[in-house]
Design a protein around this ligand. Structure first.
Ligand code: ADP
Length: 292
């Protein structure tokens, strides 16, 4: 109708021009609409994929949390059962065995205390793992304090514990208490798993001068090759030589790894069964001091 009316007032050339204009405008609009539709569809598909990934991650976290609680309950049950048994024996066993039962009670109590300490440390890390309390920390001071704290234990075990700190290390960005925990767990392990010889701790500046490293080397029992891939798993305990029973929770190295990850660092292990182990933790230098 509109065109017919225009036909009567406009020359044919102008009318044809108008028709072409109208068709190309409609085609442009249709193309824009199609593009918008495909953009929207792509965005919806992207969001759906993101949601599916987040959902899978949440399910994985839920699964890991449930597994952690089950494993922790299981680990708590074993020293508790041992305590119950020792108490029963203490009440009903021969009096000449009392000293023996009391010694075993103490061992199990220590195991429980260590377990609850490790579990608390994990809970603290999970709750306050953010890096907002980070400040420049001097690794030499941290390691020095750890070595001083562990010297009596090393001496009691007849081990030579030494520390050689590299001069002018420069600070790392981190949380002092967490870095103390890393040092304590590594030095504590080195002492526990070393029957004779020495534990040496050194700090070094990495070759690229952007990281500082702490190396804990012992002359202990070493770690079997098939244990190495699992050392940092929670509750994982490695093999020990026949006749050895060094107690532990299997949590110390998982805590170390978690803290090192939080600090953007790395940890590596080298070990030879029967000869000793070397744990090396490297942490990035605080930005202002990192070399270029
Ligand atoms: P725990 O020592 O309580 O078992 P960790 O998580 O600290 O737990 O260590 C996991 C395992 O790694 C230990 O059970 C042990 O087999 C092995 N391990 C750790 N440090 C050493 C070491 N310095 N020498 C030998 N084995 C070690």
């Amino acid at each position: 109708m509109k065109i017919m009316r225009l036909q009567s007032v406009l020359p044919m050339g102008v009318l044809a021009g108008l028709l072409i204009l109208e068709r190309s405008a409609r085609e442009r609009a249709e193309r824009a609409l199609a593009e918008l539709k495909s953009n929207l569809e792509r965005q919806i598909a992207d969001h759906a994929a993101e949601l599916a990934t987040a959902n899978a991650q949440l399910r994985e976290i839920n699964y890991l949390q449930a597994k952690f609680i089950t494993d922790a309950a299981h680990e708590l049950r074993s020293p508790l059962n041992s305590l119950k048994l020792r108490l029963h024996l203490l009440e009903n066993g021969k009096p000449e065995r009392h000293a023996h039962y009391i010694a075993e009670l103490k061992t199990q109590l220590e195991r429980l205390a260590q377990l609850s300490e490790d579990l608390l440390n994990i809970a603290r890390l999970e709750a306050g793992g953010a890096t907002n309390h980070f400040a420049p920390v001097d690794l030499n001071t941290v390691v020095d304090q750890v070595v001083i704290a562990y010297r009596p234990l090393a001496e009691a075990a007849g081990l030579n514990l030494t520390f050689a700190g590299a001069p002018d290390l420069g600070p790392v960005m981190g949380q002092r208490s967490q870095l103390m925990q890393v040092g304590s767990n590594l030095v504590g392990n080195a002492i526990r798993y070393t029957p004779t010889g020495e534990v040496q701790v050194i700090t070094t500046l990495a070759a690229d001068r952007k990281q500082v490293c702490m190396v804990v080397q012992d002359s202990g029992i070493g770690i079997a090759a098939d244990d190495l891939p699992h050392l940092f798993d929670r509750f994982y305990r490695g093999q020990q030589p026949e006749g050895t029973s060094i107690s532990g929770t299997g949590l110390g190295l998982s805590i170390v790894k978690e803290i090192v990850d939080l600090h953007g660092g790395t940890i590596e292990v080298q070990s030879t069964v029967g000869a000793g182990s070397m744990f090396k933790v490297c942490l990035p230098l605080a930005p202002a001091t990192a070399g270029v």
